[in-house]
Design a protein around this ligand. Structure first.
Ligand code: NAG
Ligand code: NAG
Ligand code: NAG
Ligand code: ZN
Length: 500
């Protein structure tokens, strides 16, 4: 391809990106189907005097219950105190503001807060519904527990050293202070996201600031998995949340098995969630329980490759404040084990180019599972959750590179699997590649097997090989730099190949 052609293509690509909502459309899943009828989705407004009196009564009742709960100001101060107390492993930032202008504060907890590392990220989102405040309280208890137990408790240390944990205790501070489910505009935020089955919420301008904040947060920050916290039941809910025909039926998403594994991990770690008489094993497919549309969970999975669960953590939406510490104790191991599963299970690695060792933000997929995740933009690390004890074929694809796939047997522990992709067009100066890698076969599979799959015992061989390659690359670069040096003082001349 000539330089001009490349430039034109790049410009075309850029303009396409500009006009699309998301810079990285992960899959085509979630494309809007034709349906303009939005009735049945939008909450009815409260009308009539009787309704208002009931609302007033409810407010007074909840207001009484709120004694012992943190106000929005208390919450912010509690976060600031924690941030000061554990300044080396926490960072506070906001992702936007509510309708009434309350900042949406997030606490990042990790050993290198604010730094980019080749590690998975997890997020907890509490208080999505204003009148479900248990989540915001126990998330603060979780954050404090992690801070107190770093370098003391092995699970706390494992999480802080190997995961970037982001905690948004309240997504709906206005709903909390108004004691309402919806936000200050009376919109249910868990119905405000673009939907895969119906073209509701597709208007960017009509979306609530709280939902917009979540959506732009996920553009900036890549999360491997997450959980939002709710109240009113005791169950771990997983995608899909809706059905195309609006009927209440099990609707499995491509990663159904992985989601059931994650939901069960939570439910079994919880004191009594798995003993539920209503939900087998304490878990449920969202659509089988009751379908919802415009939910946050499915959107996370479809548009951000983030495996999100919706956790209903207490039957009582607004229990008396003296029950909060018990609810925290019940949920503690579930929360910790879920976050730790990001490093204890799954397949993890990096994707690099074979010519210059460039990090490639490649797409990773598993044969037989119709979903993809992306390696990160800067470090090209990827983290793929999967059910342990099975054989998988992991495939890495990247535009301009030959795809590669490797079969693995995933054990009970996490596995490392790096990919080195060869460019489809051999570039100038890529002799490094040909001398250090075996030629690949036609479909791009095979390659240098050691670099595809590196179990611990073979690491030494890899190190030696890498070292030889690095020395070779170093010499090559040195030679080029030396040969170019005199040219720096000459005026830049048009390249000969372009003149002809
Ligand atoms: C994969 O999912 C996409 C989006 O839902 C769908 O359009 C496509 O048909 C699916 N492919 C297969 C092979 O099922
Ligand atoms: C829209 O959907 C609702 C509920 O699903 C139904 O009652 C109504 O008749 C539909 N309206 C139109 C115009 O299709
Ligand atoms: C779990 O324990 C709580 C508190 O004791 C109780 O209210 C709830 O019914 C229990 N749930 C199950 C499924 O056993
Ligand atoms: Zn809820």
């Amino acid at each position: 391809m000539t330089k001009k052609k490349k430039l034109t293509l790049s410009l075309l690509f850029l303009s396409l990106q500009f006009f699309s909502h998301f810079p990285h459309p992960i899959t085509a899943r979630g494309g809007a189907r034709s349906s303009t009828n939005t009735s049945g989705f939008v909450g009815t407004s409260y009308r009539g005097l009787k309704r208002n009196l009931l609302k007033e009564e409810r407010f007074l009742k909840l207001d009484k219950l709120a004694h012992g709960y943190m106000t929005n100001t208390d919450l912010k101060n509690a976060m600031k105190t924690l941030n000061k107390r554990c300044s080396s492993i926490t960072r506070m930032y906001t992702i936007g503001k509510s309708v009434l202008g309350v900042p949406l504060w997030v606490m990042e907890i990790t050993d290198k807060p604010g730094e980019e590392e080749a590690e998975p990220a997890f997020k907890f989102v509490g208080n999505v519904h204003g009148d479900e405040p248990v989540g915001r309280e126990i998330l603060l208890l979780l954050a404090n527990w992690l801070c107190d137990n770093y370098k003391k408790d092995p699970l706390a240390t494992l999480i802080i050293d190997n995961v970037h944990l982001h905690i948004l205790p309240s997504m709906n501070p206005d709903g909390y202070s108004l004691r309402t489910r919806g936000n200050a505009n009376k919109i249910d935020l868990n119905r405000d996201f673009p939907d895969q089955f119906f073209s509701i919420n597709d208007e960017m301008d009509a979306r609530q600031p709280e939902s917009k904040a979540i959506m732009s947060w996920l553009k900036d920050q890549q999360f491997t998995a997450s959980a939002s916290l709710h109240g009113g039941a005791l169950v771990a809910n997983y995608p899909w949340d809706g059905t195309a025909d609006k009927k209440t039926n099990y609707n499995a998403c491509p990663d159904d098995k992985t989601f059931r594994y994650m939901a069960s991990l939570y439910s079994r770690s919880h004191s009594n969630m798995s003993r539920s008489t209503e939900f087998e094993g304490g878990i449920t497919n969202g659509a089988k329980w009751y379908p919802i549309y415009g939910g946050m969970q499915d959107w996370n999975y479809i548009h951000a490759g983030c495996f999100e669960l919706t956790l209903e953590i207490s039957d009582d939406k607004w229990p008396p404040a003296n029950e909060l510490s018990t609810i925290w104790e019940y949920n503690k191991m579930g929360m910790l084990n879920l976050v730790a599963s990001l490093v204890k299970t799954g397949v993890h690695g990096r994707v690099l180019s074979s010519d210059y060792g460039r990090p490639l933000s490649a797409s990773l997929s598993i044969k037989g599972i119709n979903s993809t995740i992306k390696a990160s933009e800067t470090l090209a690390d990827y983290h793929r959750l999967l059910v342990p004890g099975e054989v998988y074929e992991v495939m890495a694809t990247m535009h301009g590179y030959k795809k590669k796939s490797t079969q693995i047997l995933l054990g009970e522990e996490a596995m490392s699997l790096d990919f080195v992709l060869d460019p489809t067009i051999l570039r100038q100066g890529s002799s490094f590649k040909s001398s250090c890698y075996y030629p690949t076969d036609g479909d791009g599979m095979g390659g240098f097997p050691l670099l595809d799959f590196v179990p611990g015992s073979q690491l030494q061989i890899l190190y030696v090989t890498s070292f030889i390659c690095l020395v070779f690359l170093f010499l090559l670069i040195m030679r080029k730099v030396m040969s170019r040096q005199p040219k720096y003082r000459q005026p830049v001349l048009p390249q000969r190949s372009n003149i002809a």
